[in-house]
Ligand binder design. Sequence first.
Ligand code: HEM
Length: 529
Amino acid sequence: GSFSFDINTGIAVQEKTSTEDATEVEFTLDNGSPYPHPYQYQRIGSDGPLLLQDTHLLELFGAFDRERIPERVVHARGAGAHGYFEVTNAEFCKNYTMMDMLSEDGLKTPITIRFSTVGGESGSADEARDPRGFAVKFRTRKGILDLVMNNTPVFFIRDPAKFPHFIHTQKRHPASHLRDKDMFWDYLGSNPESLYQVMRLFSDLGTPYGFRHMNAWTGHTYRWVKDDGSWVYVKLYSETMQGVQNFTNADATAIAGSNPDFATQDLYESIQNGTFPGWTMYAQVLTPQEAENFKYNVLDLTKDWGFDDVPRTEIGKFYLTQNPDNYFAEIEQAAFSPSHAVDGWAPSADPVLQARLFSYPDTHRYRLGVNHMQIPVNSPINPVANFERDGRMNVNGNQGSRPNYLSTLNKIKLPPRAYVDETHQQWTGGAVAALSAVNEIDFDWPRRFWNSLSEQHQQNLISNVVGHLGAAPTYSVRQRMASLFYHANATLGQAIADGVSVNVTTLTFPDGPTWFNVTKDTQNSTLDY
Ligand code: HEM
């Protein structure tokens, strides 16, 4: 059925073509012709072969044989629900952005959220040690905005071409088809810019208590743009109203075994019981001039903006109020992309973000088909009018008889675009750079994080790493990783080295400017890779 929303209440309304109540409908073939019984099939006599004229049986298997679509290449395992976002500080937002959905206090925008783990297949345990995806689809009055976030402020990489390499190492070995600890740590040990994210992952933050008790970050720096063309750098952060809660490694491991659907069930049941999970959204803003003097490069996805570095301001709240009626239709087929942006929200020049702008719609064309934006969960609530036509599974009328070219006879309205979308050209520079190099400043956040942990959480981090890294068979892999931890903090590194039976080696990194050094080498020369 078509999937629409009551813009006033922010509640999803689903018009059903097939009713939920089975007693109200009659069993039919695909063409709607009533049919006597679902178990029926046609054969010759009581023991003979089957008949090609048995449309019912052929349709039944034809559909069943095609039930699986490609699962997401990452974040395949997930759960989701619908709800709404409500603005609480339009006055602040209007100083920086023309985004319609942030323009009035109390304005509600319908949302769909999908939570996920990253590395596992669609049937894998949802309590695995992994970052969690936190993707929010806003159906604004002026188009779809997706915030495709994670439950962490940073990421493992800042050079996009590393992503497929990194992901391969966190999935299965090409020969054994097993998760492979050598492969896992070989990558992380040889790409030191990952360290802060690795430490978060191996702290108890890596095993959140379901999906409701975690925060979300855009990670990347984006831009807020006003209609006069002025803009600022912005990061958004959402804090759980349920309180942050994590499992210890032992509990997470036990639950992953006893109930691999724990997080999915926890989300579904809490909404079903009327305990609607909520988050408060905050913004952090830096002007382009402030960014030039900021202690970290604002386009470096491995660096956070601490709240003491850049203050945060509340802008809104969001709640999940409605479970899907049909998981496949409303969650599996949901297509989130950082490229789904609205006026007032723009990407920064962060190279990882720029790569994502291509990768998501591309995978949607593969996973769901060229007309995936027509699937009810993905289509905007305002009308779409453009010159894309035809293609497989074009089901919404194909934009009717309206001209399919830019016609002078029947003119389409062009919205005023008041601003010139300038980049930060003088600062970002015009040079083509191949790969960022690691330097001393990359250990700032690992150290800040370590120092922020209580003694108990420091111990948990050490034992979580030792339990995993200790199972990597190759000495040099364990040694390089332990040495990296040691470089961040001697106590941490020594405890890990002892735990995984290696001697640490001393590493040196150049003192870097806040702008990361750029190397044209295909091999990053800081460590012996
Ligand atoms: C899912 C690519 C980095 C968050 C995906 C998918 C792809 C992808 C292909 C599957 C999408 C689908 O099938 O619908 C990439 C690439 C990255 C990158 C190429 C870097 C070069 C990130 C980062 C974040 C992130 C930095 C968070 C800040 C997510 C989330 C999902 C996802 C939350 C799941 C969306 C859903 O629930 O449908 N990514 N990703 N990714 N990614 Fe990324």
